[in-house]
Write a protein that binds this ligand. Structure first.
Ligand code: F6P
Length: 357
């Protein structure tokens, strides 16, 4: 008997179901003695013993469906070693359930925090194989995460929709894009949507340069300016603060997010009306785009092969178009950021996009 535990952890994204289907289809195709324990709500289900047995039928018809059939939750890595409110040792509980269910491997679909915990479980002696999911595309060891391209589509569509109304009114518009601490999503959606100014955390901005870029467009007879702003965008002054100081500043920020602060500053500097659009969690919702369906199916299939070959302790990633196994210890704890000197930024600047530097 081959017993697999499967869980999805952290913020959801498109193609989680497609990826699980990829894993399951291969396992059910190649082995007749497979049992899949669908662990509910991420690591929470593993800690508190919540699962349901899944058959091949559970994986039918889910290729195109967003969300996750298993549910998910955020269980911060930094609290994994801290007992819960009832004094339960979470790591010990996860190991206990893994052993109780006689699992041969745990398949984990998740982002950065999830990978840290997956690596911790590997260190604790569990067999783990992981798949990189997140709209942020910030997982080290893979060129692309599934969820990212679907989110790019949605964020781009938001900018596209703003274009027509922006032209009618001659205003400044800000579209705030998700992405946590990195700017992949904003960079791609910003270029795809024809944003005039793109602000990402990797390139701290100067408000005067933003005002200059808006005035330049004004003088050139352009009626409107669209800014694609990453939720993690940061000013040059704030980038000089220590992590602790910046966190403290954010705690006391009077604005709900960076976009509102920018809007106030732009109005003060240019006298222009600013409107803000925050597509928020719509960026994680809906059906996966075809690219993500292909990527997640390929990654799922490769993850199943790793399990069958007993090559545990790896994440499956895509590097230069090829699916690869990347050791978990290399992935965990690293963040894949946009390189400010990469060619995509250079090319964007060449077509006149300002990064507010
Ligand atoms: O990591 C995915 C992500 O959507 C980020 O882009 C965003 O910052 C965060 O999750 C939002 O988290 P939550 O769903 O917990 O509000």
């Amino acid at each position: 008997m081959l017993r697999i535990g499967m869980l999805t952890s952290g913020g959801d994204c498109q193609a989680l179901n497609a990826a699980m289907r990829g894993v399951a289809k291969v396992l059910f195709e190649k082995r007749e003695d497979v049992e899949i324990y669908g662990i509910e709500d991420g690591y929470k289900g593993l800690i508190y013993g919540k699962y349901r047995l899944l058959t091949s039928r559970d994986f039918s018809g889910i290729l195109t469906i967003g969300g996750t059939i298993l549910g998910t939750s955020r269980q911060p890595f930094k609290l994994m070693r801290v007992p819960d409110d009832n004094g339960i040792d979470k790591v010990a509980a996860m190991k206990k359930n893994y052993k109780k269910w006689k699992l041969d491997c745990l398949v984990v679909l998740g982002g950065n925090g999830t990978h840290k915990t997956a690596n911790l479980l590997r260190e604790e002696g569990l067999n783990v194989v992981t798949l990189p999911k997140t709209i942020d595309n910030d997982i080290w060891g893979t060129d692309m995460t599934f969820g990212f391209q679907s989110a790019v589509d949605i964020a781009t569509n938001a900018i596209d929709c703003i274009h027509t109304t922006a032209a009618s009114h001659g205003r400044v518009f800000i579209v705030e894009v998700m992405g946590h601490k990195v700017g992949w999503l904003t960079l791609h959606a910003g270029i795809a949507g024809g944003a005039d100014i793109i602000l990402i955390p990797e390139i701290p901005y100067d408000i005067d340069k933003i005002a200059e870029a808006i005035s330049r467009r004004d003088k050139a007879g352009k009626r409107f300016t669209i800014l694609a702003v990453a939720e993690g965008a940061i000013s040059k002054e704030d980038a000089k603060l220590s992590k602790k100081e910046y966190k403290e500043k954010l705690k006391n920020r009077k604005h709900p997010s960076v976009s509102y602060e920018l809007a106030e500053q732009i109005l003060a500097k240019t006298g222009k009306e600013v409107r803000i659009t925050v597509p928020g969690h719509t960026q994680r919702g809906g059906a996966p785009c075809p690219y993500d369906r292909v990527l997640s199916t390929r990654l799922g299939s490769a993850a199943a092969e790793l399990i069958l070959d007993k090559k545990f302790g790896n994440m499956v990633g895509i590097v230069d178009g090829e699916i690869k196994a990347v050791p978990l210890e290399e992935v965990a704890g690293k963040l894949k950021k946009v390189d400010p000197d990469c060619s995509a930024i250079r090319e964007a600047k060449n077509v006149g996009i300002s990064f507010g530097e």
